[in-house]
Design a protein around this ligand. Sequence first.
Ligand code: ASP
Length: 417
Amino acid sequence: MKRHHWLILALVLGALAGVLCHPFADSPVAQFILQNIFEPTGQVFLRLIFMIVVPMVFCGLCLGVYQLSEHHGLGQVVSRTLLYTVLASSASVFIGVSLTNILKPGAGITIPRELVVNGEKVEKIASNAESAKPIAQALVEIIPSNPLSSAVKALDGEMLALMFFALIFGIALARIEREGEKTLSLITILEQIYATCMKIVDYAMVLAPFAVFALVFSSAFKFGHQILISLSYYVAVVLGALLLQQFVVYSALLKSKGISPWKFFSQCREVYLYAFATASSNATLPRSLECAEHKLQLTPESSRFVLTVGSTANQNGTALFEGITVLFLAQIYHVDLTLGQQVQVVLMSILAGIGTAGVPGGSLPLIMILLRQVGIPPEGIGIILGVDRFLDMCRTTINVSGDLVIAALVDHKKPAL
Ligand code: ASP
């Protein structure tokens, strides 16, 4: 069996086993097994990958930018990446907001009290939302005053600052080389750190089928399928919108460059499985890089740039999800949003897709901020928390898929399919 077959098997078995065992979720034995076997197995795998994300992002981005600057291609790659990111994000939010307005998943429903999550989890998200900065300050802080501190906090929301440093570092490296400085040994070191990180990911992959089983089992076990049924209309609208993004928007973008969407999606299927199981764009980044370079055979420098930046700054699935969730909660709380407020939701969702950390649940604090801004009780987020992990798995898949699509569009070469 090929690796992706093992992953699919692990995923299906994990989901089935989790749902079947959910009725025993309160038993101490089941809790013990969950906390001491399944959760640690998933965590070991995720931590092995997160462990190399910071050095890999730094070296990958630095090398990508250095090589692009050398061939004078940086300006073009940056502007095309920006263009496609804005295009894909706007399309995704537009789809989400339109579907929610047409289908009204939140109109006239009451959510059973026991299914609304509150307490510690909501407070934690609220305190993260509390620490959100005004937009001008957030923009200024993309320039890190201490890149080491940004590296330390990269997975807690400072990834963009680390990327900014890597970007400037790569440009400056190419520049001093042009001015006659010897930079070869530094480039070799960066290349070697990058290759070593990829090797560590290979080690982690040995655990992948067990980890995928454990991660999916843990989510299904905790939440069961009851909550999915209660919120089925909302879940269906999110899933429908994500599918439209994947099969209409991404397909159209790929076709505009003469790329067959089906062949492209099929080459990327293993990456989708990782994104789905881990619910983290950052944790999936090593697999996306590997797929772009080896399967799609894209030019390494441009794909390293697009995928690394995209894993944090291009999250179409997340942007779409945020738009739908805010409008859904507005419908539940009977808050009539004016056209101006809806436009605000659209714009903020697009921006939130850029600023969201590529980790599980990264978008939740931003949703709280959005809710508060348009006058919806922020604790309303508790209504969707029970289904969030499942939707997170789905939206992360679309986030990562969008990064690969943009990498293919920006590259001057066509992918090998
Ligand atoms: N989990 C998502 C990602 O890593 C972010 C989010 O939507 O919460 O792409």
